[in-house]
Design a protein around this ligand. Structure first.
Ligand SMILES: [Zn+2]
Ligand SMILES: [Zn+2]
Length: 764
């Protein structure tokens, strides 16, 4: 018999963890104790080695629903002999830095919401110990009502009774309230409140109108997702011609009608985090075709706040749609609106009414967006429900640091006690309103976490607003500032998410990042560990002409790639309808004279260019449009379950001690085949396959050279689920261990984690 001391870290408080432990102990015949220790749970377990292993495996295979186990330490110890298993009641310990994300309304609360005999019947703010807003209403720690936006709503006697009674579902539930004492819904600018406000909103939506609705982490813009006219109007008003809208569906029955739900996805859709999931559209779907044009998938979420449930099911006799567009309520470039003033000013003109309420949102949290890869969630935007769930890292637990994040899809990340806390999604930093939002959220999060950073890490791009923000912040607080290369930060983010310590072949395929040589990087092979990196390879450099426009207009990139490989590129560009001869000449002159031109190895741009070459998208109205549409065509070909009739030749060459993946020849070959009449979808598929083969070939060569057989895939290009899946499979077939992202986005939304982790792990 042995005794082990087990520490379990993560979300293990207030989720029924101790009773679970006690049951598992009984099952495996373990004696000992379990106690809450603030930031972890401590278990003393006594039994045979075999029994203890079985006991521990329960935590990994079958933890309680809302628990998230980040780490588990096990140490053999000496202890007296126990003759039973006991739960030790502990004093509520403060100083444990745990902030819960917001939690979707639970099933029990939903049942009460629609129960005529319940005193919270139709109460738009119903919640309990297991559900409700958390992060978004929190002012400071410790988490209790006085430090949340509920402090202005004194509890009525009934609510107080529940709050103080350990026997109720609302014991110690900080946001508890009811129809007598809670916040109230109203329509801005008129005297319509409560039930009248909900009914008016429902009627408006069913007559084809657009409403702004305040939820948990900000406002949504909302209309009937089956009404193409309404959807079109929202697109015009929001200046958003093509980017897919997320749809909130009434229930799983609706989801199963509209979409194909893969095994494992339902658990995620209905879970407590309620992200937007990208689901494959079904053949029977009734959504407007303008919701997610040229996409195999549509972003779907279930209602997670009581007000959303009431929008679908209020008993007022209105026949309601079961699919609502729910898109973030923000002006282009600006962060999501969180108060009435900004809603009126920034999105007032996009909608016909604003349904608001008087519970303040203190921290913004957009909806999280999750794709699905190899049977697992694959994060696209990490925000509500996930932020600020921490990641645990082996490393120096004394370092406190902040990674400021990237310029696009910004989020930041705070490090404290070996835990890394990514913030909710902030937005694109080109807009000064978003920079301001970054400042606000950063102050608040650091306060809450009691984090006093001793170092700031930022992207080294000299023109990024995040860098000037970080410089100012560092100066104001007299802190050192580390400037980290963008694509290295991507790889570190992937290593941090996988808690990986060795060296990796980092495949960092991305849109744009500032390279060490001042050129644009984005198709990089970086031999990386926590101490630094070596640029062992990249795609073939090309000329990016036209500044910012070249990041949006793939045809410009295509022109330069074709010029690299064809004498008669001008003719080819005309035949492909990329541009006329006059434009071609102008583009050529600019490139040759270096006017508004930079050297680039951006893989994201190559995808844009091939999308243009195949006549799919010559330009993008939102980031990733051209490459997503290219993936859509490739996926359509894969659906036909036919082997492609040809493959595109491609090669890696060695050049000045660096590997070069010849993507220019690949693009040229794609163009040649297309002009010869090859099928567009087949070519799109073959292009993906060729890129995968290039990566595999490069990794095999680098393994020979460096003796490393672990590859990490990160960067915005790996949002492409087809490429990522094929690459993973190919690398694994060749004996590589492959590190992928799962709960941290591969795109720029993930780099803050890499930055903060660098501060924790890097040693001079
Ligand atoms: Zn509840
Ligand atoms: Zn009450």
């Amino acid at each position: 018999m042995i005794t082990v001391n087990i520490h379990v870290y993560g979300i293990v408080q207030g989720v029924g963890f101790r009773p679970f432990t006690s049951l598992a102990a009984a099952k495996h015949g373990i004696h000992g104790t379990v106690a809450n220790k603030g930031s972890y749970v401590e278990i003393i377990a006594q039994g045979s080695r075999e029994a203890i292993d079985g006991f521990i495996s329960e935590f990994r295979s079958n933890p309680p629903d809302r628990a998230v186990i980040l780490g588990l330490d096990e140490l053999e110890t000496e202890a007296p002999v126990f003759d039973s298993f006991e739960i030790i009641e502990s004093e509520k310990e403060y100083g444990d830095i745990f902030i819960s994300p917001d939690i979707a309304t639970c099933d029990k609360c939903k049942a009460e919401l629609f129960d005529k005999n319940n005193r919270r019947y139709l109460h738009p703010f119903i919640n309990c110990t297991q559900c409700g807003p958390r992060l978004t209403i929190l002012d400071s720690m410790p988490y209790d009502r006085e430090r949340t936006s509920m402090k202005v709503f004194p509890m009525c006697e009934n609510c107080m009774g529940e709050y103080y009674s350990p026997m109720t579902r609302r014991f110690d539930a900080q946001p508890v309230c009811c129809n007598d004492c809670g916040p109230e819904l109203y329509i801005i600018g008129e005297n319509t409140k409560g039930s009248a406000a909900i009914t008016k909103t429902r009627r408006l939506i069913m007559s084809g109108g657009i409403a702004a609705v305040k939820g948990i982490g900000g406002f949504h813009l909302c209309c009937d997702a089956k009404n193409t006219e309404a959807v079109e109007r929202l697109r015009k008003l929001k200046h958003r011609p093509m980017k897919p809208f997320a749809v909130m569906m009434r229930d799983m029955e609706t989801v199963n009608r509209e979409c194909i739900v893969a095994p494992g996805q339902e658990k995620y859709l209905t879970g407590w985090q309620k992200p937007i999931m990208l689901l494959e559209k079904s053949a029977e779907q009734s959504l407007s075709g303008r919701i997610a044009p040229d996409n195999l998938t549509v972003g779907v979420m279930l209602p997670y706040a009581p007000v959303q449930m009431l929008l679908f099911d209020y008993p007022d006799g209105i026949e309601m749609t079961d699919c609502l567009v729910m898109t973030s309520g923000n002006a282009r470039g600006a962060p999501i609106c969180r108060d009435d003033e900004s809603a009126v000013k920034e999105i007032g003109s996009f909608c016909d009414l604003i349904l608001s309420h008087n519970r303040n949102i203190l921290i913004r949290a957009d909806d999280s967006v999750v794709d699905w890869l190899c049977g697992k969630p694959y994060m696209i935007r990490r925000s509500r429900g996930f932020a600020p769930l921490p990641f645990m890292l082996k490393g120096d637990k004394t370092v406190q640091a902040v990674g400021i994040g990237g310029e696009l899809k910004n989020s930041f990340c705070a490090a404290r006690n070996g835990m890394l806390y990514p913030s909710p999604y902030i937005g694109d930093m080109a807009d000064i309103r978003t920079v301001k939002a970054l400042g606000e959220s950063l102050e608040r999060m650091l306060d809450m976490l009691e984090c006093e950073p001793s170092v700031i890490v930022a992207d080294k791009h000299p023109l990024y607003n995040t860098l000037s923000f970080a410089e100012e912040y560092a100066k104001k607080h007299s802190l050192p500032l580390v400037k980290l290369q963008h694509h290295y930060a991507h790889i570190l983010s992937c290593m941090a998410e996988n808690n990986y310590d060795g060296r990796v072949i980092g495949v960092s395929f991305d849109g744009t990042g500032y390279g060490d040589d001042g050129t644009v990087w984005g198709g990089e092979l970086l031999i990386s560990d926590w101490q630094g990196y070596e640029r062992a390879g990249s795609i073939t450099p090309f000329k990016q002409v036209g500044g910012d426009l070249s990041a949006k207009e793939g045809w410009r990139i295509a022109v330069q790639l074709l010029r690299q490989r064809f004498e008669n590129a001008g003719e080819i560009c005309e035949q492909l309808d990329l541009c006329d001869s006059k434009t071609f000449k102008l583009q050529s002159v600019m490139a040759d004279k270096g006017l508004n031109t930079v050297a680039s190895t951006s893989m994201g741009r190559v995808f844009d260019a091939v999308s243009a070459i195949l006549g799919i998208r010559s330009a993008s109205t939102f980031e990733g449009e051209a490459s997503t549409a290219l993936m859509y065509h490739a996926e359509m070909f894969e659906r036909r379950k036919k082997e492609p009739a040809f493959s595109l030749s491609c090669s890696c060459t060695e050049e000045e001690d660096m590997l070069r993946l010849d993507t220019s020849s690949l693009a040229a070959e794609t163009a040649r085949r297309y002009l010869e009449g090859a099928d567009r979808a087949e070519l799109a598929f073959c292009f993906h396959k060729a890129v995968m083969e290039l990566i595999a070939e490069a990794c095999i060569r680098l393994r020979q050279q460096y003796g490393i057989s672990t590859a990490a895939l990160s960067g915005g290009v790996f949002q492409n689920r087809l490429l990522t899946r094929m690459t993973k499979e190919q690398l694994e077939a060749n004996g590589f261990k492959v590190l992928l992202h799962s709960l941290v986005p591969p795109n720029d939304g993930g780099i803050a984690l890499g930055q903060a982790a660098y501060a924790v792990k890097h040693r001079e």
